[in-house]
Design a protein around this ligand. Structure first.
Ligand SMILES: NC(=O)c1ccc[n+]([C@@H]2O[C@H](COP(=O)([O-])OP(=O)(O)OC[C@H]3O[C@@H](n4cnc5c(N)ncnc54)[C@H](O)[C@@H]3O)[C@@H](O)[C@H]2O)c1
Length: 260
């Protein structure tokens, strides 16, 4: 019943959206959860929700692109629950634009959060996992890291980088029983998606386009993608490393893209 019993999981960007959904699900599956987010109010609320459902969780406030924040978060979760044996690096931002439309600052910022955040959090939890005799690291990529999407140059590059990083780390740490995988969702109904849609010239048309491009006619829900994270975090996936799980309702198989 409790697939993640005896697991200590650090989840970045877990204050809202998909990360929050993963944190709540991990809590229900028996994991002790560190809810890491730069929004401390939302991190506290998510951790409190896990505790009120009978689970174990602490809020960890910080920015994943800051080495000191990440180090402090790992120290806090270790003190509270013991060495983290699962890391989900889910925090990300989604700037839009082509290469010409992306400023250097915007480029650097999205790489700092989406990619450097993965490096910093992984670097900090690896010694903990080694001490614990193994672990599972899961990077949140995106279908845009695999296929081309219009106006998402910087974001897509970061998501592609995470897939390569997971493959490289999978080889480096396989002998230490530390597995590293990616999940690449298609379109999921989350605050990030709603913010993106709201910023388009015709939000209603954009939202409809996202649903229309789905083979089954509607985008994914947060609850529909958390299961793959439970699988990758648990011993059920002990022979899975360096993989990239595409969870997109079949959108990329059909090869269509939303027309906005
Ligand atoms: N929603 C989708 O359709 C979709 C599709 C593919 C991939 N994804 C990926 O899933 C993940 C979650 O997406 P979401 O839709 O839930 O996004 P969201 O914007 O709703 O939530 C992201 C969370 O990350 C936190 N965060 C952002 N920058 C941070 C930082 N520097 N330090 C700490 N926390 C930070 C935010 O405060 C927020 O709580 C992201 O990696 C995103 O790229 C989302």
């Amino acid at each position: 019943m409790h697939a993640l019993k005896d697991t200590v999981a650090l989840i970045t960007g877990a204050g809202r959206g998909i990360g929050r959904g993963i944190a709540l699900r991990f809590g229900r599956e028996g994991a002790a959860v560190g809810v890491f987010d730069r929004n401390s109010v939302e991190a506290e609320a998510a951790a409190a929700e896990i505790r009120s459902a009978g689970g174990r969780a602490i809020a960890l406030h910080g920015d994943v692109s800051g080495a000191c924040d990440v180090r402090r978060a790992v120290q806090e979760i270790s003190r509270a629950f013991g060495s983290p044996t699962v890391l989900v690096h889910n925090a990300a931002i989604l700037p839009t634009g082509t290469v010409e439309e992306t400023s250097e600052d915007a480029w650097d910022q999205v790489f700092a959060i989406n990619v450097k955040g993965a490096y910093l959090t992984a670097r900090e939890v690896l010694p903990c996992m080694r001490r614990a005799g193994g672990g599972s690291i899961i990077f949140m990529s995106s279908i845009s890291g695999v296929n081309g999407f219009p106006g998402m140059a910087a974001y897509s590059s970061t998501k592609g980088a995470l897939i390569s990083l997971a493959r490289a780390m999978a080889i480096d740490y396989a002998r230490e029983r530390i597995r590293v995988n990616c999940v690449s969702p298609g379109t999921v109904d989350s605050p990030m998606l709603r913010d993106f849609v709201a910023a388009q010239p015709d939000p209603q048309k954009t939202r409809q386009a996202f649903d229309d491009v789905q083979p089954r006619g509607r985008v994914g829900t947060i609850e529909e993608i958390t299961g793959v994270f439970v699988f990758l975090a648990s011993a059920e996936s002990s022979f899975v490393t360096g993989a990239n799980y595409i969870v997109d309702g079949g959108m990329s198989v059909r090869g269509d893209q939303p027309r906005m």
